[in-house]
Ligand binder design. Structure first.
Ligand code: UTP
Length: 326
């Protein structure tokens, strides 16, 4: 089965990191976001991927071709006209009416895909959320059949958020719906939306169900990248000793990183060739070849090749003094 992975977006919410790297190549828990996704897809038996590239697309292509041997087709979306438009660009590479699995490039998931890929109906991954107003939601019957999809609902029509995993039984009807949106210039918030295309299919009577995605880890913003890093690291234990260092697991430390006189972790990823000394770092991601010294970092993201150093104080203060160094 083929997977379609749209990764053409600019990743504005993750600037400045996305100025030099596409979002999907940002490191979380020791590998790029798209690496986590590919590993899950390949485990589930996906043997071909159509990747929609755009912003810094060459870097994505290079990384995927260097790290995976499955068949890739790269489709270039030069104008970001929305997710439905991105999927529509894959039409020439999809065999008539074959089933498709679509996954957003910034969604790391933990779900058994085997039953999903064998579903007799089209089915959308959903997760129960407390505040559905930020999401597209699925309104379902008690038996789980989707009645309609609502984008960012103002009133509480459903708390089942659509999380970016889509299994389509018949690619033909999906492309027909998107054709309809594009030829009638039907956009929502200025873009051709996949939710609108799916809603058209549901209105046309195509049966859709949902499947639960309990493990859904968003990587779209700095705070969600860090919380995903935390969740994915949960069982990572460091086995190596570093001079003068205390390692508070869980952490990921690249084999060729150099650490000394520091307290690292918990929930910290240290990238390849990073050089770290005299620091306390927790809940953070430190990039490839970054140099970090004499500083305390919490909930921080340090980019590749970045250099950051603080200062150590030399003080001579008397009894009962009180100094708060900022
Ligand atoms: P997002 O809108 O969440 O990602 O799209 P983005 O545009 O990269 O990030 P921001 O909003 O600027 O911070 C979800 C997924 O769909 C892809 C994106 O690359 C991302 O993986 N996408 C979206 C496309 O490939 N093409 C589009 O036209 C829109």
């Amino acid at each position: 089965m083929k997977a379609i992975i749209p990764v053409a977006g600019v990743g504005t919410r993750l600037r400045p990191h996305t100025f030099s790297h596409p979002k999907v190549l940002l490191n979380v828990a020791g590998k790029p976001i798209i690496g986590h996704i590919m590993d899950k897809l390949i485990d589930a038996g996906i043997d071909e991927a159509i990747v929609i590239v755009g912003y810094l697309g060459d870097m994505v292509e290079d990384w995927l071709l260097k790290n995976y041997t499955i068949k890739f087709t790269f489709v270039s979306q030069t104008e970001l006209l929305g997710l439905a438009h991105a999927i529509w660009m894959c039409k020439p590479y999809v065999i008539d009416n074959e089933p498709l699995f679509i996954i957003l490039g910034d969604t790391i998931f933990d779900v058994d895909l085997q039953p999903v890929l064998q579903s007799p109906f089209s089915t959308l991954g959903v997760k129960e959320v407390d505040d559905p107003r930020r999401f597209g939601v699925a309104v379902t019957t008690d038996e789980g059949k989707i009645l309609k999809l609502v984008e960012k609902p103002d009133t509480l029509v459903s708390n089942l958020a659509i999380v970016g995993l889509y299994f389509l039984q018949q690619s033909g009807s999906l492309f027909a719906s998107i054709d309809h949106l594009i030829s009638n210039n039907i956009k929502t918030k200025g873009e051709y939306q996949l939710t609108d295309a799916l809603e058209l299919m549901i209105e046309g009577g195509e049966p859709f169900t949902t499947f639960p995605v309990h493990g859904w880890y968003d990587c779209g913003k700095p705070e969600t990248l860090l919380s995903t890093n935390e969740i994915l690291l949960k069982d990572n234990i460091s086995t190596k000793a570093y001079p003068g260092c205390i390692i508070n697991d869980p952490v990921f430390i690249a084999d060729n990183a150099i650490l000394e006189n520091s307290i690292i972790g918990p929930y910290t990823t240290i990238g390849e060739k990073a050089v770290i000394n005299n620091v306390i770092i927790r809940n953070s991601i430190i990039g490839y070849n970054a140099r970090v010294g004499h500083i305390m970092l919490d909930h921080s993201i340090v980019g590749n090749n970045a250099f950051i150093t603080g200062s150590s104080q030399e003080i001579n203060i008397g009894d009962y003094s009180e100094i708060r160094v900022g």
